[in-house]
Each structure stands twice: as C-alpha cells, then as structure tokens.
Write a protein of this length. Structure first.
Length: 190
C-alpha cells in the first residue's frame, strides 16, 4: 500500500498558487486513476483506490503547509505504512517551471512542509517528487512569490508538468524509484 501526499494550503485563496502544485498533482492523479477524493480524515482530504494494481491513499493535508507533518503522521499511523510506502509531492523553487526531480530520500532543502514531515516521522527516508515552480525574482519576498499564481505563459508548461508528475507516481509504483528516476530526472527540454 502507498500513501501519496500532495502538499499545499487549504482554502480558495491558495488554489492554483505555486505553493499548491502538490495539491494540483493529487487532483490530476485522482482524475487519471478514477480515485475520488471523497472523505476527510487524518486532517486531510483523501481518496482510496488502486494505481498499477497497488492499494493507495491519496491525501491533501488540510493543516496548512508548515504543519503538514501532523496529517502525514496520522495517515502513517492509521494505515501502518513504512517510509518506503510514502510519496510526497511538493513545489521546489530550485527547479525551473516544467522540471521534475524524483528522490528516494533527502533533506528538507528549506521547504517548511517537508521539514514538518521529517520532524513528525523522524526519518528522511521517503520518496519525493519535486515539481519546479521557478526561483523568485530578485527583490521579491519568497512567501509572496510561492503564494502567487503562475503567469499566463507558464500555464501550458504547468499543465504538462502536473500530467508528468501523475505519470511519475504511477512509474514509481509500477517499476520502483530507480527506474522512475532514470525516466523523469532527465532535464526536460522546452
């Protein structure tokens, strides 16, 4: 069984912001795999179903980004999964818009949602899909930037990377992280 967690902030004001791209990938995965996000539990909006024959839970923590670990801890405890059965999807400012980076483990890299998850789980040994949102322009406040929406010219790239992120989740489940990294960590050409 896998728990697939997309990070973001609840409420309408944060919809479609750069910081909520993890939520957007979960929505796409829900649509692609016909898994309705139809219940709220463990401080998250969730859906249960199957991807590539594996039982999965899709989750969008509703704790706000910086407290994501509270929800993830509850999910892990309830479903009794190991860290190897967790996939976290989140925004990354060190990657250009349209880039993906898969990792089997690692540090928080300054991402507060990831810091919270690592703190609550007591491990860094879980899969992550980092979705590039681009670096903030010089002189712009980081919080203001990540809570902004993508520019109109970025929209087609964003739709494509959300689709690729959904496919990457399926690839991790079907063929394992190493195989998925070989496919999705290649630099995408625009």
């Amino acid at each position: 069984m896998y728990i697939i967690i997309g990070l973001g902030n609840p409420t309408r004001e944060y919809q479609a912001t750069r910081h909520n791209i993890g939520f957007d990938v979960i929505t796409r995965l829900s649509d692609d795999c016909n898994i309705p996000l139809d219940f709220k539990k463990h401080k998250a909006i969730c859906g249960r179903g199957f991807i590539e024959g594996e039982k999965v839970v899709l989750a969008k923590p509703q704790t706000y980004m910086n407290l994501s670990g509270e929800s993830v801890r509850e999910l892990v405890d309830y479903y009794k999964v190991s860290p190897e059965e967790i996939i976290v999807i989140y925004d990354d400012i060190s990657l250009e818009v349209g880039q993906l980076r898969l990792r089997g483990k690692g540090s928080a890299g300054g991402h507060n949602g990831l810091k919270s998850i690592i703190s609550h789980l007591g491990t860094r040994e879980f899969a992550r899909i980092k979705v590039g949102i681009g670096d903030k322009p010089p002189g712009r406040d980081l919080a203001d930037y990540v809570l902004s929406r993508f520019a109109e010219e970025e929209q087609p790239i964003v739709r494509d990377i959300i689709k690729k992120s959904s496919e990457a989740v399926k690839s991790i489940i079907k063929d394992g992280m190493e195989s998925a990294m070989n496919i999705y960590n290649r630099k995408q050409l625009q």
